[in-house]
Design a protein around this ligand. Structure first.
Ligand code: MOS
Length: 705
């Protein structure tokens, strides 16, 4: 293993290298980059939840001012949809727009109106009359769906070892509880926006996405193009959270640019994002635990049911968290899914772990109370050094250190475990804790570094900075690997022309990209001899980590953490206020403490939002969302967020050549909802097993108690 840390940039807080450009408006986003002859497309979405398109009355709309075209299933270019997407499975056909007349959910794209200005396009889209042949729809999600099926995919639907019923029967303490989480949405500040144009026989797309390589691959497949004929640029991205992959608007823009032979931009509206940007499925989870009197687990079962559309199987793999967190003599997990007449869900920050940890870490708290064991002790007693399902050793599992440091800093030790005992005026006070975990994987990437005549270095990598600070992190990694100060390094990213690279996703971006950057820097340093002449176009070295990543030792690779929270509950109004939170993480080497803290705090705020506020409500009659905008969909705002502290313990991954990086993208949210629900239980004596913990739920529980 090589580590180049002489300049010590990694580990030292650094403000965002593009921060000034962003706050001064110099940084331009996909929807605001000018093009000569730019036309604007506006998507028209179905108003029925299931059925067929009978007719689309385009004639009057085509006569409206500025209107250039209307694309629908009758005249749109044909797409090739039978290919393997990012994960080797077939992609969501929702993005293969206008290929047939079927409507599988409300908000399905049925047409694109293209006009000279966005206003003209919008007016014409609003005026477009679409006749449907509606059919009855079914959006009724719940635990008792007889048509649910085991989840397909890369990971098995079911894992099982030992005799669950026997171990439950032999347990001194048992728990059997059901937990539910609602449909949730991830709306980045910057909407999805793409501009497509043909340039000298090549397709050029300016986009806002989490991976230019990814978007190139899917567009090339859909339009039967050689990937070398497609270039995707995505320089600045105002948030992603899993929603910014390939979606209907990019494909519609490419279609329109092909038909009209001019640049076409399609931007999703906020309301359209609630349908077309994906979401997190609701879940129903059942947990059965059995333990000895001291809290050591003999039996653990975690079952989860999530919902997908009828056109694509996306599974929210909530039971997966139990495959990593806790072992038991009998251990069973199962992810099931049911297809209903709703839009396809997708990855949303902490997919699986976020809702899964709510159920499992709430259940652990319930077990702790039943067993009379402190919740921190219960988790430490069930810590494991091997993957409960894989049997593999962990490449670092410093969960104990997180809990011990967290408990010390939070002041956990003197806690009276009895619920409903502490009062501050009208507020009942309580504290809660939960564990966090998230995968710490790595994927192949390529990078190039150029040594310039002026003594500076330019790094080119098709990474995506979706607001996390990736560009800054890679600047620090490159600076150390090149043994120069960060101000001599310029990182360019978000351009597929730089070669294939991992997406900003799965909490794997920084680790994957840093590996490629470190490899290129190492080779470049070997090429550079002091005093040598650098040619005018510099000396460029390229790296490709495909082989090195494939040779990585087989281990369970995860980040871990301990969440602590204090809440105040007013049982006369049902209001829950978070008073303070602390998260302590073991998440590998931290590259940039400044942005890392922001990322982790951001995740924890998302956890507050999940615990107390977020819930998308579907109208059974229309199949659509009620309040599909940021006024109707409640999220935590400033006044909801208390002082949040974040820290980390030393936890370098021994197999990472860039100095031990794991990844912190998503772990911040994991466990937070459970820690808060556990704190509400401690405050009030009432256990909330359904999110969000709304005022009416607190009130009803108070009345029923
Ligand atoms: Mo993340 S949900 O892998 O963008």
């Amino acid at each position: 293993m090589t580590t180049a840390t002489r300049t010590g940039s990694v580990g030292t807080g650094h403000i965002r290298v593009e921060g000034r450009d962003k706050v001064t408006g110099a940084a331009r986003y996909a929807g605001e980059i000018p093009f000569a002859g730019l036309a604007h497309g506006w998507l028209v979405l179905s108003t029925v939840a299931r059925g067929r398109v009978r007719d689309i009355v385009t004639e009057p709309v085509l006569r409206m001012p500025g209107v250039l075209a209307v694309l629908d299933h009758r005249n749109a270019p044909r797409l090739h949809t039978d290919y393997a997407g990012l994960l080797g499975t077939s992609p969501d056909p929702t993005c293969a727009v206008f290929q047939h007349d079927r409507v599988p959910h409300r908000g399905w794209p049925v047409a694109l109106v293209v006009a000279r200005t966005p206003e003209e396009a919008r007016e014409a889209a609003d005026a477009l009359v679409v006749h449907y042949e509606p059919q009855p729809h079914d959006i009724d999600f719940g635990a008792d769906r007889p048509d649910s099926r085991p989840a397909e995919g890369r990971t098995p639907a079911v894992t099982s070892k030992g005799d669950l019923e026997a171990e439950l029967a032999a347990s001194a303490v048992v728990l059997d509880a059901e937990y539910t989480t609602p449909e949730e949405h991830h709306n980045p500040m910057e909407p999805h926006a793409a501009t497509a144009r043909w340039d000298g026989g090549r397709l050029d797309v300016v986009d806002s996405n989490q991976g230019a390589t990814w978007v190139v691959g899917e567009l090339a497949d859909l339009f039967s193009l050689d990937p070398s004929m497609v270039r995707v640029r995505s320089e600045h991205v105002g948030g992603g959270f899993g929603s910014k992959g390939v979606r209907a608007h990019q494909v519609a823009a490419v279609m329109a640019a092909s038909v009209l032979r001019r640049p076409v931009r399609v931007v999703l509206t906020r309301r359209q994002m609630f349908t077309l940007a994906g979401h997190r499925s609701p879940t129903v989870q059942r947990i059965r635990l059995g333990a000895d009197a001291d809290g050591r687990l003999r039996a653990l079962e975690h079952r989860s049911l999530s919902r997908t559309s009828t056109v694509h199987e996306f599974v929210e793999p909530s039971a997966g968290v139990a495959r990593v967190m806790y072992d038991a003599d009998a251990h069973r997990t199962e992810n099931r899914v049911v297809g209903l007449d709703v839009p396809s869900p997708t990855w949303m920050r902490g997919p699986g772990e976020a809702p899964g940890s709510f159920a499992l870490e709430s259940a652990l708290d319930e077990l702790a109370e039943k067993a009379g064991v402190d919740p921190v002790q219960l988790r430490l007693r069930n810590d494991t050094d091997r993957g409960p399902v894989s049997g593999l050793p962990f490449a670092g599992r410093n969960l104990r250190a997180c809990f011990e440091e967290g408990a010390r800093r939070f002041g956990w030790a003197p806690r009276d475990p009895r619920p409903g005992r502490r009062r501050d005026g009208r507020w009942l006070l309580g504290t809660g804790t939960a564990a966090a975990s998230f995968g710490a994987g790595v994927m192949p990437s390529t990078a190039a570094i150029t040594a310039q005549q002026d003594g500076r270095f330019t790094v080119r990598i098709s990474a995506a900075d979706i607001g996390t600070g990736a560009r800054t992190a890679l600047t620090l990694v490159a600076a150390d690997a090149l043994d120069v100060a960060p101000d001599r390094v310029r990182v360019r990213l978000g351009d597929s022309a730089f070669g294939p690279a991992m997406i900003a996703g799965g909490s794997m971006g920084t680790r994957s990209w840093s590996w490629a950057v470190t490899a290129a820097a190492g080779e470049l340093r070997e090429r550079l001899v002091p005093g040598m002449d650098i040619p005018p176009d510099g000396i460029t070295v390229r790296s490709d980590t495909t082989e090195a990543v494939a040779a990585l030792a087989h281990k369970e690779r995860h980040s871990f953490g301990a969440q602590f929270a204090e809440v105040a509950v007013d049982i006369t109004t049902g209001e829950v206020r978070v008073r303070r939170m602390l998260g302590v993480f073991a998440a590998g080497r931290i590259v940039n403490p400044l942005t890392a803290r922001g990322q982790l705090i951001g995740g924890m705020i998302w956890g507050i939002s999940m615990a107390l506020h977020e819930e998308a409500v579907r109208d059974p009659a229309s199949g659509g969302l009620v309040g599909a905008d940021l006024a109707g969909y409640h999220i935590s705002a400033h006044a909801d967020v208390p002082r949040i502290e974040v820290d980390w313990v030393d936890d370098p991954d021994p197999d990472d050549p860039a100095g031990g990086i794991k990844g912190i993208g998503e772990i911040g949210i994991v466990g937070v909802a459970a820690a808060l629900a556990n704190a509400v239980r401690h405050a009030t004596g009432v256990r909330h097993r359904s999110l969000p913990i709304r005022p009416d739920r607190v009130l009803r529980a108070g009345r029923d108690a």
